[in-house]
Design a protein around this ligand. Structure first.
Ligand code: ADP
Ligand code: MG
Length: 553
């Protein structure tokens, strides 16, 4: 494998590049953020691998990132002395997209008017550079390797991979050099002030020094290169946090909640977490992976440590431990009791913070619930310990209004009402016209109208709130006997002859339906409709039955 070769891009990459090359996305600035973030990841990986193999650090100098603008021909070069890539890694990493959700992302991007927000969220990463460059040359040396390879592409269908020239190999002692041949309309990225503006906006919190290397004069550092989460809360402004959020989450919006603290005691660690204000499009990918990054004494270890339960996967941020061993292998992370303790403590803190947000800044909490309520509800069946707290945080649309809490519901309960009623369905409109509501409405009883996909699941857990059981109006017997109708002119008691008729009618219907139903009963749910189908008292809810039927198809 020493000759040069031309290889095709994976179909998704080709499609993405086509969008990038011909795009008119307004946020082209993010290409630099993406390249810097890759450089920073590469330095993180080097630091991590050098714990086991210190020799990797020997040649190549102190970790840093350099940005080198040069005019005529117009090139912008981003250099890092991180882990680097060998031939196969260049082919795999810069020729395919391994990320889940790529397909749906591409569809969305094709449809979007300006996909800037989407591009930022998804992190098209390296490929974003094709928004500003018509040709890209990547030269890379894996740390410790004698081989240096060059990858180059002008977008289009494929790329070329070849051994690096002698000069290039001499230049790249360790890590990666990325040369962007800028499109004519991207020449502004050669201006020092533009580069500084982008770095301070998106990359100031990168932990490694970022240097601007001007045509003339000395290189100078243009970021603060500190780990923001290690600084004390009192010296940080809201702007600092917003910026850190944008960088950590690759987001454009502002966080709806920021949680920053340092735990001391059995273990010490720093926590910096953000709740976004808007929903990422890949929230419901089946992996339900969290995005919290684990650091140990400022060294990035992994983003795969499951530091929070899946129902908090929408949070972004960092946990930096002082006590965990640096040489913690990724496998060991699975069953580490110290990590388990951190997870438990941080989860508790997050729930506490959500509670206080709901109390003190209900508007901000409402945004979180709006975007992530369906995810938080997963905790209702997954986190038994915090179920009551999560139920108290939950906001519901009910027959009495929007954003209702269960406490409000309980306060508004009718005399003699002992249960919390709900109905699960596809849409609020359809639920509102559901005949199963009639009898409750006639009595002024509030009913939760549940329309999220998860609602069928968590409600199947026979929950109660403050000692009041939650009860489905589409399941088993509902007894409203003790609660009078609002309209007293229509008494609940039926005349005797109606009761006799009832028995006859039921017998006839049972006969007609035979084994297709398990029972036929006179119902109190209805006032004007003639009949409705309900699930048995102990079987699964009808909505859950439908969902399971769909899932098993
Ligand atoms: P992501 O960073 O989300 O994985 P990117 O498109 O930004 O996606 O990068 C793809 C992959 O290419 C990275 O995961 C990494 O393995 C590799 N890569 C990109 N830039 C560098 C670099 N400067 N040094 C080492 N590897 C890199
Ligand atoms: Mg990246």
């Amino acid at each position: 494998d020493t000759a040069s070769e031309t290889k095709p891009f994976q179909a998704e990459v080709a499609e993405l590049l086509n969008l990038m090359v011909h795009s008119v996305y307004s946020e082209t600035d993010i290409f630099l953020r993406e390249l810097i973030s890759n450089a920073s990841d590469a330095l993180d990986k080097l630091r991590y691998e050098s714990i086991a193999t210190p020799a990797l650090m020997e040649a190549g100098g102190a970790p840093k990132i350099q940005i080198v603008p040069r005019k005529a021909p117009d090139t912008l070069t981003v250099i890092d002395n991180g882990i680097g890539m060998n031939r196969q890694e260049l082919i795999d990493n810069l020729g395919t997209i391994a990320k889940s959700g790529t397909k749906s992302f591409l569809t969305k991007l094709t449809e979007a008017k300006d996909g800037a927000g989407l591009i930022g969220q998804f992190g098209v990463g390296f490929y974003a550079a094709f928004m500003v460059a018509d040709n890209i040359v990547v030269t890379s040396r894996r740390a410790g390797s004698g081989e240096v390879w060059t990858w180059s592409s002008s977008g289009g269908a494929g790329f070329e991979i070849a051994p690096a020239s002698e000069e290039a190999a001499a230049r790249v002692v360790r890590g990666t050099e990325i040369v962007l041949h800028l499109k004519p309309d991207a020449a502004k990225y050669l201006e020092a002030y533009q580069i500084e503006r982008i770095v301070s906006e998106y990359s100031d919190n990168i932990q490694f020094p970022i240097e601007l290397v001007p045509e003339e004069g000395e290189p100078r550092q243009i970021n603060s290169a500190s780990a923001l989460w290690q600084r004390s809360k009192s010296e940080l402004t809201e702007e600092d946090y917003n910026q850190a959020y944008k960088q950590i989450a690759g987001a454009f919006d502002e966080p709806a909640m920021t949680l920053h603290y340092r735990a001391e005691g059995r273990q010490s660690y720093a926590v910096l977490l953000f709740a976004p204000a808007t929903k990422p499009f890949d929230l419901f990918e089946p992996e339900r992976k969290g995005r919290i990054k684990l650091y140990v004494r400022r060294v990035f270890i992994t983003a795969d440590a499951d530091l929070l339960p899946p129902y908090l996967r929408f949070l972004r941020g960092v946990i930096d431990s002082e006590d965990l061993p640096l040489n913690l292998s990724r496998e060991m992370l699975q069953n580490n009791p110290q990590l388990a303790q951190i997870r438990k403590a941080v989860t508790g803190k997050v729930i506490g913070e959500l509670e206080s947000l709901a109390d003190k800044k209900p508007e901000d909490f409402a945004r979180i619930w709006e975007a992530f309520g369906p995810v938080l509800k997963e905790g209702l069946y997954e986190d038994y310990e915090r179920r009551e707290k999560l139920l108290a945080l939950a906001r519901f649309t009910t027959t009495a209004g929007e954003k209702r809490t269960l406490s409000q519901y309980v306060e508004a309960m009718k005399e003699n009402q002992t249960e919390i009623y709900y109905l699960v369905g596809d849409s609020i409109e359809r639920l509102k016209s559901n005949p199963k509501l009639e009898s409750a409405t006639a009595r002024g009883i509030e009913v939760l109208l549940l329309t999220d996909g998860v609602d069928a699941f968590w409600t199947s857990g026979q929950l109660d709130f403050g000692g009041k059981p939650l009860k489905s109006l589409s399941q088993g017997d509902v007894n409203f006997d003790l609660i009078p109708k609002l309209d007293a002119d229509k008494p609940d008691d039926k005349p005797d002859e109606t009761k006799a008729d009832e028995a006859t009618v039921i017998a006839v219907i049972k006969d007609a339906l035979g084994e297709r139903v398990s029972d036929v009963k006179a119902s109190q749910r209805l006032t004007s409709s003639a009949s409705c189908l309900v699930a048995g008292g102990f079987g699964p809810d009808r909505e859950l039955e439908k969902m399971l039927a769909r899932a098993n198809k």
